[in-house]
Design a protein around this ligand. Structure first.
Ligand code: GLC
Length: 427
């Protein structure tokens, strides 16, 4: 298909997945509103309907919990094609939501929406700013009670990179003896060899039960969650989001929020630096219960570029590694080290390429002065979509589409990668 037809198709996918003020990631497999999907969807809508882009962000932030958390799934209209549903999460909001969060890309996107049309977007940006500040403050307190500059995730799903090999060891300590019989729905939509294994799913459900039994109380969860891990992706994305929030608050004249975001960003900078592992040769996740760094690099190793401020000596190790990865496969960026035996080119987050991750890595590399690599990643992303369509993810080995099709955030990234960038680079 020609690019102009793909532009039209991408817009059509967003319109078709629009359920009225919020957009589902894809029909069937993911029939609700997902947190970071909505943020990226807003970026896609911004290329042709800025009003609809704002609505997407607003519908997400409308489900913010009283304590500031913005949930990972909002069960807007009950649909039995997805499991685990509201009953398993046991939350009490209306509409019901899950009890966990997802990578906080929203502030970065909101800044971008504002900068596209500052005068027109001012009122909406001001409202979003307050909600985003509360969410980021929740991260700083609920997920970093010790103040070490690293926020924890309590479930692999909070990383958005659900079955990354990084979670295997921390998950191995999760007790599944009380998980009864249940019926998965994901493997009814997608081939089982592209989805997580059963033993991983059991652990996902045990962690949901832990949160539900503790009424999603942040203090109880911080004290006892069997899974308490600093994901390099979430921490890098949050740091970038804090910087964008500070810049946006500055532009809108809110010095209180600008100062708070700047202080939180300073703390996160120290935390992110501590995720560097010489042994692994890059930034990795850290199991905070055991003080163990992950031993193999994932695509998350390159997200500190997106956060901004990677020191030169570390960049000098990361850039050749990334080039080596890109040379080892046909398309980049694989979600996990393609030279490692655990790499699997079609199984979910253990190898496949995700357009949204490519977008963040490319943004970061361009800001850090590596325009050639950023271009290479954007070119690969577009080539994958041209070859296979708007799939959920793609095999780095042969480019075939994996997971769900007609996927909203893949369509959004197609549009975002051609639309002019309105935003100033991060420091
Ligand atoms: C999967 C992905 C997650 C995404 C969701 C909806 O669970 O791992 O990152 O938000 O699907 O697309």
């Amino acid at each position: 298909m020609e690019d102009t037809k793909l532009d039209l198709r991408a817009k059509e996918i967003l319109r078709t997945n629009d359920r009225g003020g919020y957009t589902v990631p894809t029909a069937g497999l993911y029939p609700y509103q997902w947190n970071w999907d909505s943020a990226f969807v807003a970026l896609g809508f911004a290329a042709f309907d800025i009003d609809r882009a704002w609505t997407e962000v607003e519908s997400l932030l409308a489900s913010q919990w009283p304590d500031g958390m913005v949930p990972h799934i909002i069960f807007q209209r009950i649909d039995d094609s997805y499991f685990p549903g509201p009953d398993q999460w046991g939350t009490t909001t209306s509409p019901p939501t899950s009890g966990i969060t997802q990578p906080p890309v929203a502030a970065t996107i909101v800044r971008r929406l504002h900068d596209l049309e500052p005068a027109k977007g001012r009122r909406r940006a001001e409202a979003a700013l307050v909600a985003l500040d509360r969410w980021h403050e929740w991260f700083a307190t609920a997920r970093d009670p010790a103040g070490r500059g690293l926020v924890a995730i309590i479930h692999p799903w909070e990383s958005g990179r659900d079955n990354l090999p990084d979670w295997d060891r921390p998950l191995s300590f999760v007790d599944t003896s009380k998980v009864g019989a249940y019926q998965r729905r994901d493997t009814q939509h997608v081939a089982a060899d592209q989805r997580p294994h059963q033993h991983e799913y059991d652990r996902y459900l045990a962690l949901v039960a832990f949160g539900r039994d503790n009424r999603w109380d942040p203090a109880a969860i911080a004290a006892g969650s069997p899974f308490w891990v600093a994901d390099v992706g979430v921490n890098a994305i949050l740091l970038r989001a804090e910087r964008d929030l500070a810049a946006l608050a500055g532009a809108l004249g809110d010095s209180g929020i600008a100062d708070r975001a700047t202080r939180r960003a300073e703390r996160l900078e120290d935390g992110l630096a501590s995720l560097w592992s010489d042994a692994a040769g890059g930034y990795v996740s850290l199991d905070l219960r055991r003080e163990e760094h992950a031993t193999t690099l994932s695509a998350g190793a390159f997200l500190p570029f997106y956060a901004g401020g990677v020191p030169a000596d570390r960049a000098e190790r990361l850039i050749p590694t990334l080039r080596h990865w890109l040379d080892a496969v046909r398309y980049g960026v694989p979600s996990f080290d393609p030279t490692d035996p655990q790499f699997d080119p079609i199984r979910y987050w253990r190898g496949p390429i995700w357009a949204v991750v490519n977008w963040m890595i490319a943004e970061g590399l361009a800001n850090a002065g590596h325009a050639d690599l950023a271009d290479r990643i954007r070119t690969d992303t577009r080539a994958l979509i041209r070859r296979s369509g708007f799939y959920e993810s793609f095999s780095p080995v042969d480019g075939r589409g994996c997971g769900g099709k007609d996927f909203s955030w893949t369509a959004a990234i197609w549009l975002a990668m051609t639309a002019p960038a309105p935003v100033a680079a991060v420091a």
